[in-house]
Design a protein around this ligand. Structure first.
Ligand SMILES: Cc1cc2nc3c(=O)[nH]c(=O)nc-3n(C[C@H](O)[C@H](O)[C@H](O)COP(=O)(O)O)c2cc1C
Length: 270
């Protein structure tokens, strides 16, 4: 939602949805950086001028004017999101995008009030949240997606995430969506079913904020158990929905819930 052009493309039939109002990332083409002199590329900005991998073009370290523009851009994106008819907003503070880079002591090497201590590294996120809250209705859900663990020595940890939860619960944030990784190219992520659920559980239990679990959750019973066991309050599913767009209908059937089917599909109902 970084440009008005998206408003025209959204149409009328919007269900509650999640939007990342963030174009402050590297331009990528199938995992590779698009150089800034390419017509489809742009010069990335970051807390510090550190490239993701050495061979890539380094970003520009944001100055104070740039930081003010970031906050204004997020606010404008939130307003567009509201105008487009979305009910839920999620701020992307994960996966190596700009806010994640500020949170991480590895990518944030600043010496001003936005770098150094935990309080300084979370400052930009808090200011962006405040800026968005000037336009986003308090009664509409407000989520923040984080990389709860960088899987790298010296990086952002699950303990940091729980500490962030204690701050965000008092800032009008409704839920933290606990993903991980993406900010360090060499991180080794131990992939297995539900591999990030432990972070949703830890942040929830230690801070009291609602959390979402995501990552290799592919079965109805698996998702249900996470909720029933009190490990998270919401399940986010990505790839299983690409493989099976009707996963929610199948999951409801498998778990014995009655849900409304589209009228035109009623003859296919289990
Ligand atoms: C095609 C595709 C696009 C994605 N785009 C985004 C994105 O824009 N923002 C984001 O936070 N995660 C994105 N993800 C990651 C998913 O949101 C999710 O965190 C990840 O795939 C793990 O969940 P899963 O195992 O259910 O797929 C994307 C994943 C896929 C497969």
């Amino acid at each position: 939602m970084w440009h008005d052009v998206f408003l025209a493309k959204m149409g009328d039939n919007l269900s509650p949805f999640i939007v990342h109002p963030d174009f402050y990332g590297m331009m990528m083409d199938r995992g590779k950086q698009i150089p800034s002199d390419n017509p489809n590329g742009w010069k990335a900005v970051a807390p510090s001028a550190i490239p993701f991998i050495e061979a890539e073009e380094a970003p520009i370290a944001l100055d104070k004017t740039g930081i003010e523009k970031v906050k204004a851009d997020f606010k404008a994106a939130a307003l567009r999101t509201l105008k487009a008819g979305f009910d839920v907003i999620e701020i992307h503070a994960a996966h190596g995008y700009l806010i994640n880079e500020f949170l991480s002591p590895l990518s944030n090497q600043r010496t001003d009030e936005y770098g150094g201590s935990f309080e300084n590294r979370i400052r930009l996120l808090l200011e962006i949240i405040e800026s968005i809250q000037e336009v986003w209705p308090a009664e509409n859900p407000f989520f923040v997606r984080i990389s709860a663990n960088e899987w790298t020595e010296g990086g952002w940890t699950a303990d940091d995430s729980a500490a962030l939860g204690k701050v965000l619960i008092n800032k009008g944030v409704d839920l933290i969506d606990c993903s991980s990784g993406g900010n360090v190219a060499t991180a080794k992520i131990p992939l297995k079913p539900g591999y990030q659920v432990e972070f949703a559980e830890k942040v929830k239990k230690e801070s009291g904020i609602l959390t979402g679990a995501v990552g290799l959750i592919t079965e109805a019973e698996q998702a249900d158990a996470i909720i029933q066991n009190g490990q998270a309050d919401l399940i986010f599913i990505a790839r299983e929905l690409l493989r099976d767009p009707y996963f929610p209908l199948r999951a409801a059937h498998e778990l014995g819930y009655e849900v409304k089917w589209p009228d035109q599909y009623l003859r296919a109902k289990w």
